[in-house]
Design a protein around this ligand. Structure first.
Ligand SMILES: [Ca+2]
Ligand SMILES: [Ca+2]
Ligand SMILES: [Ca+2]
Length: 202
């Protein structure tokens, strides 16, 4: 299996665990994540669920928010993007409008299993991270000390059992494990810093 396939199977097993336990028949995806990535790359704004003109992880966050609304059967008023998952390190909160919900209900079932679920958010995150550089965890196109500190913060939070949110966990799974040992820790942060100083002195 390639890197995407291996990571994705891990993502799916965690995403599958919660919402479908109670269902007798598990709906089957009609698209593989590789098939979806092709569609994702060719789409202009189909997956811009918060209607801000950009397709990024915040749109996956909207799908997750919608998914919990559907599970709970009650609408929430805002989408919260925490400072660790946003690219500029700011906490964002925005109104979750009916226009956004309608768009998610129309286009959010990206794996084609007839449900808007965490799996769809996992597909969106996999597609988003699939062409990003390993180590560039804030996805600003540069590998530098900001990425190292983000990795360290994730590691520090995890060591004191602070649960990171889903988007951050996927970010670290895809981009944070630079030495491919299956863990995100201080040695990955060191890798970033070594690579950063190598690039800086070139
Ligand atoms: Ca968007
Ligand atoms: Ca789906
Ligand atoms: Ca970066």
């Amino acid at each position: 299996m390639n890197r995407i396939a291996i990571l994705f199977s891990a993502v799916i097993s965690s995403a599958m665990a919660a919402p479908f336990n109670s269902l007798a028949v598990v709906p089957q995806p009609q698209k593989t994540v590789e098939e979806f990535i092709v569609i994702y790359r060719n789409s202009e704004d189909e997956f811009d669920f918060n209607l801000d003109g950009v397709v990024d992880t915040i749109d996956a966050k909207c799908v997750l928010t919608r998914c919990s609304e559907l599970v709970v059967g009650k609408n929430t008023s805002v989408v919260v993007v925490d400072e660790f998952e946003s690219e500029n390190g700011e906490r964002l909160t925005f109104e979750f409008t009916n226009k956004m919900r309608e768009k998610i209900d129309e286009f959010g079932d990206v794996d084609g299993d007839s449900l808007v679920s965490a799996i769809d958010a996992a597909y969106l995150l996999t597609a988003y991270y699939s062409d990003k550089e390993i180590g560039d965890v804030n996805t600003d196109g540069k590998l530098d000390a900001k990425d190292a500190s983000k990795i360290l913060k994730f590691y520090a939070d995890n060591s004191v059992s602070i649960q990171s949110n889903y988007v951050t966990e996927k970010n670290m799974e895809y981009l944070g494990d630079l030495n491919s040992d299956g863990k995100v820790d201080s040695s990955d942060a060191s890798y970033v810093l070594v690579e950063y100083s190598r690039l800086a002195t070139e």
